[in-house]
Ligand binder design. Structure first.
Ligand code: SDX
Length: 431
């Protein structure tokens, strides 16, 4: 953190308090309020953390006004075009693009950790077949701490490294198993001769009855979707992982907490909610009705896949995703996909509407991803599990960064209390 002589002066009841200001390498300055309560006896108030920096970080930076997303300084559109998911994983975890040898070693290591403990297969059989795959993933990932005792101690650097590799490697296997279980098909084991994205597709779509050859077009699209969802600063699920980790919880419990948070429709669950919304709209002539509902204060309906806490311009991931949607659907011969047509018309109508322009509501990463995933053969219930597979490296990178921060303390916010002040108990006969 770059120290600067700048300070902010807060005056309360005639008493002034100087608070240090720190300047980042990019983005807004921050005011250090850590000593405020001790000095002035007041809390700051920021439900939803709209103006609060919870930590310092060197991993990802978002410029919401420009619509820019950098991973260790590299723009997401360049990474999506020129890199691939496991190389981005290395970049997020270690801070630099790998040499050819480093990348080969990393990919070999991930490949050889993709199987899960055979005993864990029984976990899946305890769920109903119609359980949402996210419910299964929360349960199975949390249970990993019951199987991998040699990598549960977050204070041990070697154990942190092993847990990181196990989670990145096994998340696709767990997600694919959750899918297979939900459709009553046998689990498909990972294969060491396939790359990360191809392996995931093979585990999802192969059946014992016949050979399944991964389509390179689908594999490239899958890898790009993984790359686009890998990390995103201190979003809700990453902040959940950091908060869980601040108590010293083991890595599998922390990642399971992140999965649970990601599931919400305002966050990672938006890709499923968005596709369901596009199908509910059904045709371009119903778009005005839904735009009107999204603008109606008395209607809780929101355009899923639109808006973002940070982006007040296009989400750069949505731009790449939109190009990918066109390519994948053309290559799959579904270019006249009615849902894609509704999506494009809805985007144009919303962007032309003053309500969305004034509130700076643009398509986000979830607006187009569901269309691609559905065209690839995934049910909507698998959209958020795929997001979780990708975001595991982001959660892990941020988890490791926090554990390495000497300033780390247990996260324990305060509150603005508006409840009853102290009062005596009333016996039931007197109530
Ligand atoms: C992700 O944080 C991240 O980085 C998340 C993520 C990541 O990679 O980790 O990018 C992934 O979660 C993307 C967002 C996916 N969610 C959705 O698409 C759901 C629909 N979007 C919204 O629910 C909303 O835009 C949020 C949750 C994304 C952001 O909410 P904020 O920042 O708290 O904004 P807000 O709810 O205060 O809304 C500001 C105004 C409100 O109107 P007013 O009260 O000011 O009159 O904009 C309106 C809202 O009603 N608004 C919308 C809208 N989103 C906000 N109106 C209609 N449709 C929408 N989608």
């Amino acid at each position: 953190m770059a120290d600067t002589p700048k300070t902010a002066t807060l005056t309360i009841d005639g008493q002034s308090y100087d608070l240090p200001i720190y300047s980042p390498t990019a983005g807004p300055d921050v005011i250090d309020i850590r000593k405020l309560y001790g000095q002035a006896g007041v809390f700051t108030y920021d439900p939803g953390f709209t103006s609060t920096a919870s930590c310092d970080s060197t991993i990802t930076f978002i410029d919401g006004d420009k619509g820019e997303l950098l991973h260790r300084g590299y723009p997401i559109d360049q990474l999506a075009e020129k890199s691939h998911y496991l190389e981005v994983c290395y970049l997020l975890l270690y801070g630099a693009l790998p040499t050819a040898q480093e990348l080969e070693n990393f990919e070999n290591m991930v490949t050889r950790h993709t199987m899960i403990h055979e005993q864990m297969h029984n976990f899946f059989r305890g769920f109903r077949r119609d359980a949402h795959p996210m419910a299964t993933m929360v349960g199975v990932v949390g249970a990993m701490s019951a199987f991998y005792h040699d990598s549960t101690d977050p204070s041990d650097a070697r154990q942190r490294e092993i847990a990181s590799h196990r989670l990145i490697a096994k998340m696709p296997t767990i997600a694919a198993m959750a899918y297979k279980y939900s459709i009553g098909q046998p689990f498909v084991y990972p294969r060491n001769d396939l790359d990360y994205a191809s392996n995931f597709l093979h585990m999802c779509f192969a059946v014992p009855a016949e050979e399944y050859v991964v389509d390179p077009i689908l594999s490239r699209a899958m890898d790009r979707i993984f790359t686009l969802h890998a990390d995103h600063e201190q979003n809700a699920s990453t902040s959940t992982v950091r908060l869980a980790s601040s108590s010293g919880a083991n890595p599998f419990a922390c990642i399971a907490a992140g999965i649970a948070c990601l599931w919400g429709p305002a966050h990672g669950g938006a890709n499923q909610a968005c596709l369901e919304m596009l199908k509910e709209i059904g045709s371009v002539d119903r778009i005005p009705e839904f735009i009107a509902r999204a603008k109606d204060k008395n209607d809780p309906f929101r355009l899923m896949g639109f808006g973002h806490r940070v982006y007040k311009n296009f989400d750069p991931r949505a731009k790449v995703m939109k190009q990918s949607a066109d390519e994948v659907l053309d290559l799959l011969g579904v270019e006249d996909n009615p849902v894609l047509q509704v999506a494009k018309e809805l985007e144009a109508a919303a962007l032309a509407d003053p309500y969305f322009a004034e509130k700076k509501l643009f398509p986000n990463v979830d607006f187009y991803s569901g269309i691609i995933l559905e065209a690839m053969g995934f049910p909507t219930s698998m959209f958020t599990p795929i997001f979780a597979v990708s975001r595991t490296v982001g959660w892990i990178s941020q988890w490791k960064e926090q554990l390495g921060d000497p300033q780390m303390k247990i996260g324990r916010p305060r509150q603005l209390y508006l409840g009853d002040t102290a009062r005596d108990y009333t016996d039931i006969e007197n109530r």
